[in-house]
Structures are given as C-alpha cells and as structure tokens.
Design a protein around this ligand. Structure first.
Ligand code: NAI
Length: 308
C-alpha cells in the first residue's frame, strides 16, 4: 500500500520514518515544494533501511503529484510551524492556502484517498479539507488528540511516578492551548482512576502542562515538535492500513455527535480500513461538557476566518 506524506519538513520526515520502520506498507512518497528537499529526505531515510531493517520504499518528489497516484492514505503536514510565543491559530492565513492546494492535488491523483490533516490550526484545516475536497466525511481525519493524549500520559506517568505503559488517558476537544480537554475523570493507572492517587493540585498541574505541551516544546526547540507528532500520525496510518480499529481521539466532522454540528473537533473514534469507522460516544461530566462547548465556540470563530 502506498502512503503519501506532503511536507518533508520536521513532522513529515519523522512521520515517514516511523511509518517505514514499522514495516506495514510498501511505499511512502514524500512531497515538498522546496526543490530537491523531499528527494533528499527520502534518500537519507532509505539509507537507514539496511541499518534499521525495513523494506518500505521511500521516494521523494518536488511537487509532482502524479507520483502520489493511487495512495491509500495521504498525510498533510505542509505549511509553516509556529515559533515561540505564537499560537497555532496565527498560522491560518498561510496554511489555509497551502492545505487547500495540496488537497486538490491529492484528490485529483488518488480519488479514493483517506486524508490525515496535521497542519495547524489543525481543527480548522481539517474543516477546510471537508469543505473543499469532496471526499466523504469518514475519509478526513485531523491529528491532534493522538499526540495530546500521548503528552497527557507522559505528564500522568511523571506525576504518578509510574511507567507510561501503566497509565491511560485521553484528550479531546480542540487542538489548541486553551481548547484542549484532558479527561482527568477517565484517566487510569492499571485500571484504577488516577483521581484516587493525585490530589487536586497534582491533577491541575498535569492538565495545565498537557495543554501547553506543544508550547513548552516550541519554547525549548525554537520551533514546534516532530518526534511525537510523527509517531502519532504513524499510529493512525497503521490503524487504517492494518485495519486495527484502534480507538484514537481525532478531529472529525461532527453532525450532532457531542451536541455539535458543522465543526471538526477532537472526539474518540474507531480508526480502521475505511478511515473513521465509528465515533465513540463517551459520557462527559457537566464540567467537561461545558469546556467542550467552550472549545467548539472558539474553533467556530476561527473557522469564520476561512476563505474557500
Ligand atoms: P516544517 O517547516 O519543518 O515543514 C513544513 C514543510 O512543508 C516544509 O518543508 C515546506 O517546504 C513544506 N511546504 C510548504 N508549502 C508546501 C506546499 N504547498 N506543498 C508541499 N510542501 C510544502 O514544519 P513542521 O514542523 O514539519 O510542521 C508542519 C505543520 O504541522 C505546521 O503547520 C505545524 O504547526 C503542524 N503541526 C501539527 C501538529 C498536530 O498535532 N496537528 C504537531 C506538530 C506540528
């Protein structure tokens, strides 16, 4: 199966690397607008194949979308990342134009493609892909919750002093510093609610550090992160290609689910060979429900700035 990754920058290349190393698809095509860049990244990655033991073929192209024809899944990471002090929402003007063009090229060459949207502000970019691609809604999936949940689990494990594999937790709602909703009420350590181990102050620390997880890294790195975003995308792609039907929080077009309409927002979903197999309805506390609505209102306002 062929996977296309548009944008061979930090996130795109990391995503291609994790996909290749997991050895579950035959080909990854990297596309970038910068002359020779995707070809160079592909060659460098291919030269790790014998070292890392994978058979996935990675190729690169400078904007020749005919090379992406017949892709099963395409990941859009093209665009600019944020710099320290910037919000994801400030990227909208430039990234919307890029995402719209890229989507048209992808669909023209792979009419059956499933698209994973990564470029920020991601919930709004996913909405833009819904409005412009002509693809059915189960084939458009925004990546945010998979990454934010991994960051939540990292902070939970830190606060609990536990191995990360012992903890479970999920982040839903918006992929933004203010709109993220780490579901503390449902987080567990070995099946036991973490609220039994963490006091209110510790819970608040975990929640707040999760919400600014991306901003903390942007401050440290001078640009946004790439390892965990790349790994998060690779988990989603694998769940589609191998029809694993994993439950992953993703930004999806809501039509009545969670009380919202005509908006892409992070909700848990079963991800399998058709893309979104099912949106999972979980019961939120009154406080979580109120925060979900608040996040939706903020995303809706940003969507209002889109021109398409
Ligand atoms: P980067 O600057 O390293 O890479 C972006 C690449 O896109 C560059 O190589 C650039 O040449 C390419 N590009 C620009 N316009 C293009 C076009 N029209 N066609 C093809 N390629 C094009 O940026 P990075 O760090 O990889 O981030 C990419 C995007 O992903 C940003 O918008 C960032 O905010 C977002 N992001 C989203 C995350 C999420 O959880 N949804 C997590 C991390 C980053």
């Amino acid at each position: 199966m062929k996977i296309t990754v548009v944008g061979a920058g930090a996130v795109g290349a990391s995503c291609a690397e994790y996909i290749a190393m997991k050895n579950f698809c035959s080909e990854v095509v990297l596309v970038d607008i910068k002359e020779g860049f995707a070809e160079g990244k592909a060659m460098d990655l291919m030269q790790t194949a014998s070292l890392n033991g994978f058979d996935t073929k990675i190729t690169g192209t400078t904007g020749d979308y005919s090379k992406t024809a017949g892709s099963h899944v395409a990941v859009i990471t093209s665009g600019i990342p944020r710099k320290p002090g910037m919000t994801r929402e400030e990227l909208i003007g430039i990234n919307a134009g890029i995402v719209k063009d890229v989507t048209a090229n992808l669909v023209k060459n792979s009419p059956e493609v499933i698209i994973i949207v990564v470029s920020n502000p991601m919930d709004t970019m996913a909405y833009l892909v819904h409005k412009t691609s002509g693809l059915p809604k189960h084939k458009i999936i925004g990546m945010g919750g998979a990454l934010d949940s991994a960051r939540f689990k990292y902070r939970l494990a830190e606060a609990l002093g536990s191995p990360i594999s012992d903890v479970d937790g999920m982040v839903i709602a918006a992929h933004s510093d203010t709109g993220m909703l780490p579901l503390m009420s449902k987080a567990t350590r070995n099946g036991v609610p973490v609220t039994e181990f963490l006091n209110a102050e510790q819970q608040n620390y975990v929640t707040e550090e999760t919400k600014v997880g991306g901003a903390t890294l942007t401050k440290l790195l001078g640009t946004s992160a790439w390892y965990a975003p790349g790994a998060a995308v690779s988990v989603m792609v694998q769940s589609i290609v191998c029809d694993q039907k994993k439950m992953i929080p993703c930004s999806l077009m809501l039509e009545g689910e969670y009380g919202q309409n005509d908006i892409c927002l992070g909700v848990p979903a079963i991800i399998g060979k058709n893309g979104v197999e099912k949106i999972v309805d979980i019961t939120l506390t009154a406080e979580e429900q109120a925060k979900f609505v608040e996040a939706a209102n903020a995303v809706r306002e940003i969507n209002g700035d889109l021109k398409y």
